[in-house]
Design a protein around this ligand. Structure first.
Ligand SMILES: Cc1ncc(COP(=O)(O)O)c(C=O)c1O
Length: 398
């Protein structure tokens, strides 16, 4: 029997929710509604599935791990268009790498960030927004880095508070995770925030890993991104990696298709790492992915469906639970008091499954959990189911 010397792996919020609700049944005759997981349920674009079918014989061979030139070019063109980047800023061959979904790739990005330890004082640390998407903490703990939880509660405007990090901690950081639009709170980091973070990273030699997978799901204005901030800082992508995914943009979580872009030295090492230990996106999926990055119509249609649901939520809950309209993403972040008890009650009394904010946060130094009083509600089902779910939440937690 091998003895583990590592710190225990943090349990994902989904495991914890499963354990909380095990043996608890919704009332008889009440159809369950699942609003706990950000699993997109709008129809995937039919043209993408047709492309896969046409290219199906290519499943019979290994695909290029670095992605086809067509896919890399489609991604670079999309980034340039979406973030108003100067023509020469991104070279598809050097700055862009298609990856098989971004959860695993953010994990691998952390591995690369950990390799650059030259001359650093003290134990390696990684900054993680608190509350957070579970991959970030899992990566830090697995790699033996000290997770530095950066408060992102209501008092901080739900964005990780950069002033909370002193110079000694900044000097130990290897990576800073940022999620914008944020899962779970739905806030967006503006360009001044992004520029400040990138400047800090360059001064203190850590890597900024920006999870922008919700960049295309927004109500009003397209959220700015870290590549745009790099452009404003002169066009260099040093020490910055952004992560995008077709899971949310194109309602294709099963495709496992996304990309990482930014610092060419990191992108080069990323490819080397993937070539020894990663998987390539299958070629039919790469062909369809290139077509998806070149199409905005399906993205706009899906965004309109989310907008309808957010407007419905504002009408139904607008004066309760500290409701605010998220700037991006697919979640409501409702203030309800004890989030674990609220989630248990909603399942037991109303058959609605939601995610307690407690399970998406770690204890602050004062022992409190920044997500403790909040529920994350994923507006992923169709409009009628969403209406029914929100109605049950309002009636139960009133
Ligand atoms: C914040 C965040 N990042 C990443 C992911 C995973 O993206 P992918 O499907 O590309 O692995 C999710 C999925 O829920 C997410 O919420």
């Amino acid at each position: 029997m091998l003895e583990s010397v590592a710190a225990p792996m943090p349990e994902s919020c989904f495991r914890r929710l499963h354990a909380l609700l095990e043996g608890v049944e919704p009332p008889p005759g009440v159809a369950p509604i699942h609003l706990h997981v950000g699993d997109p349920q709008h129809a995937p674009p039919a043209f993408a599935l047709e492309r896969v079918a046409e290219a199906a014989p290519r499943f019979g061979r290994y695909a290029p791990t670095g992605g086809t030139p067509e896919l890399r070019t489609a991604i670079a063109d999309w980034l340039r268009w979406r973030y108003h980047l100067p023509q020469g800023m991104l070279d598809p061959a050097r700055h862009v790498l298609p990856v098989a979904g971004i959860r695993e790739s953010m994990f691998l990005g952390t591995l690369l960030a950990m390799r650059d330890g030259s001359g650093r004082p003290g134990p390696a640390a990684m900054a993680i927004p608190n509350p957070f998407y579970h991959c970030y903490l899992g990566a830090a703990v697995t790699l033996g880095a000290e997770p530095v939880m950066v408060p992102a509660g209501r008092e901080q405007g739900f964005l990780p508070d950069l002033d909370a990090l002193d110079r000694a901690t900044l000097g130990r950081l290897r990576a800073f995770f940022l999620c914008s639009p944020a899962n779970p709170q739905g806030v967006v980091a503006g360009l001044p925030y992004l520029e400040r973070l990138i400047r800090l990273a360059r001064e203190h030699r850590f890597v900024v890993l920006v999870d922008e997978c919700y960049a295309e799901v927004y109500v009003d204005r397209p959220p700015p991104g870290a590549m745009e901030a790099c452009a404003r800082l002169g066009g260099d992508t040093d020490r910055v990696l952004v992560f995008h995914s077709l899971s949310k943009r194109s309602n294709l979580p099963g495709f496992r298709s996304g990309f990482v872009a930014g610092d060419p030295a990191l992108v080069r090492d990323f490819l080397a790492l993937r070539e020894v230990g990663g998987v390539a996106i299958p070629e039919p999926i790469q062909i369809a992915s290139a077509a998806l990055w070149r199409d905005e119509a399906h993205v706009e249609a899906s965004r309109a469906l989310y907008r309808e649901k957010f407007e419905l939520a504002a009408r139904m809950l607008g004066n309760r639970f500290g409701f605010f309209m998220p700037e991006g993403g697919m979640f409501l972040w409702l203030e309800v008091g004890d989030s674990v008890e609220a989630a248990r009650r909603l399942w037991a009394e109303a058959g609605v499954r939601v995610m307690p904010g407690r399970y998406m946060s770690e204890a602050s130094p004062d022992g409190t959990y920044p997500g403790d009083d909040f529920l994350r509600v994923a507006l992923v089902p169709d409009l009628d189911t969403t209406r029914e779910g929100l109605g049950r939440i309002a009636a139960t937690l009133g």
